[in-house]
Ligand binder design. Sequence first.
Ligand code: HEC
Ligand code: HEC
Ligand code: HEC
Ligand code: HEC
Ligand code: HEC
Ligand code: HEC
Length: 394
Amino acid sequence: MIFVRYFILLSLFVSLNILSAQTGEEIFKRDCASCHMITDAKLIGPGLKGVTEKYEREWLVKWITNSSEFIASGDERAIAIWEEYNKIAMPAFYYSDDEFEALFSYLENPPVEEVVADADVDGVVVAEDGMDASTQLMLAALALLIISWVLISVKNSLKESLNEETVSVQQSILSFFKKPINKLFSVLFVAIIGIKLFYDVTMGIAVTTNYQPKQPIAFSHKLHAGMQGVDCNYCHSSARTSKHSGIPSANVCMNCHNAVAEGPSGTEEIQKIYDAVGWDPDKRQYIEGYRQKPIEWIRIHNLPDHAYFNHSQHVSVAGLECQDCHGPIQEMEEVYQYSELTMGWCIDCHRESAVMMADNEYYDEMHKKLKVKYAGEKITVDKIGGLECGKCHY
Ligand code: HEC
Ligand code: HEC
Ligand code: HEC
Ligand code: HEC
Ligand code: HEC
Ligand code: HEC
């Protein structure tokens, strides 16, 4: 009996903890995330990692409730941090005890950064060199082979030129392959390339997940879509209505950046937007007669021409989230290709995913018929023809 009671208490405790952490996260995202990260990195204010250990609870409550008043009261540590940050005032926040409790427990245990994302990024660094280990090995083997081959050939032709015979091209090619040493090297040469090709194909190295080119402006989805919480559709508005999602023009950036000229890493990157549209951040106006130039973003996701993919069909009709296919974009400092985008990838999902029928005017008639035909079964995309070659290929 005691055990049961203990268990109930424990689970109550756990669920309370989760609850409070959730609201703590909400408070933090709403009120603090625009200026603070829970790492060591500075944003507008200092990184808040470990801040609950650095200061006592009372100090924190006073600071957050009204930092200006607290500074004016002469607290040394408050003055020090205020001066370190060029006397930028932090807004005042009036919270209840519960809210403070939630906020502090969130600051103590922020969600752990996904290790997977880091690993992906590391993987990309290797890919950026343009070569993986197996390619380097193959190249080394080939180089060795060619060097020894050249050395042996030079030795042989020196020997031959002593005999001073003139021979035709065909004859020399024939005699080339007659020599066992050349035969051996040719076979080895072909074999190494063959093995490497086979390896690549079977390991799917041609599949470009994690492709992550260097973009002309260090635009961060983590900062904009994650921390600032800007909706994907604000910038990729055509995803709902058309085949392509599109990349926003610099004018969309200017909606905010005519006011925000400086980010956590300074002014340099944002200046590149101004260079594209011809904006003078000092006078805060467009430069007259400036010839705007588009920002040349490098495309990351790209299907071959023979394949047809339509965003609105998946986002609006099927009701999928961007992240189902593009992964945790809102956590990516730089976008990388998260899914394989192979035919197998499309088809696997079509086999598993049910067609969204409720409240879907798009296929009203068709869905009614399908419901009759497949009564009681899960109606997956393949049942509406999602595996037909012609649906995805021109
Ligand atoms: C508008 C920007 C802004 C917002 C919003 C903001 N802060 Fe700050 N915060 C600052 C700045 C700037 C400093 C550095 C001190 C100063 O200049 O006032 C700071 C300092 C701090 C410090 C002291 C850190 C240290 O290492 O000494 C704490 C703790 C803190 N903020 C907590 C919070 C919390 C919690 C919230 C949300 C409830 C919040 N801040 C919201 C700008 C902000
Ligand atoms: C403030 C504007 C903005 C917001 C908000 C935004 N994006 Fe982007 N997105 C861009 C820009 C600019 C690029 C091109 C540069 C790059 O690749 O980082 C881009 C690129 C991408 C790409 C790669 C396109 C390619 O080249 O293949 C994907 C995928 C993407 N965004 C998805 C999303 C998703 C999902 C969200 C919401 C979680 C989102 N974006 C929110 C501006 C934005
Ligand atoms: C909804 C408003 C909004 C839009 C739209 C927007 N940004 Fe930003 N961006 C911000 C804010 C706010 C910051 C500064 C964040 C900070 O200092 O904490 C910022 C910061 C930046 C930075 C500086 C990052 C750093 O590390 O210093 C760059 C670069 C940037 N944005 C590029 C872009 C580009 C390119 C676009 C258009 C594709 C764009 N932004 C659209 C709000 C926006
Ligand atoms: C069913 C999977 C899927 C979903 C859901 C999805 N995308 Fe895509 N996205 C793709 C594929 C596949 C491509 C490559 C398309 C091509 O090359 O024609 C792509 C390409 C893009 C591009 C590059 C430009 C373009 O249009 O080709 C952007 C930007 C993008 N997606 C943003 C988004 C956003 C924002 C959402 C959510 C509103 C979203 N995607 C939802 C699969 C998806
Ligand atoms: C995350 C799951 C998912 C992935 C990945 C996915 N699809 Fe789909 N797709 C769907 C769903 C769900 C529908 C059903 C939409 C509807 O209700 O019409 C659909 C419908 C389609 C249709 C219309 C089928 C029909 O008969 O009307 C085409 C074409 C299509 N997808 C192409 C693609 C291609 C090409 C890819 C890969 C590049 C892809 N899809 C990847 C989930 C997915
Ligand atoms: C759900 C969408 C979809 C359907 C259905 C589909 N394909 Fe594909 N197919 C693709 C995509 C996407 C690619 C490009 C994959 C890539 O670039 O790796 C592709 C590539 C191919 C290729 C080129 C080989 C390759 O790997 O690039 C061939 C050939 C092909 N498909 C044939 C077919 C045939 C035949 C059918 C009918 C039995 C079919 N496809 C049905 C989406 C589809």
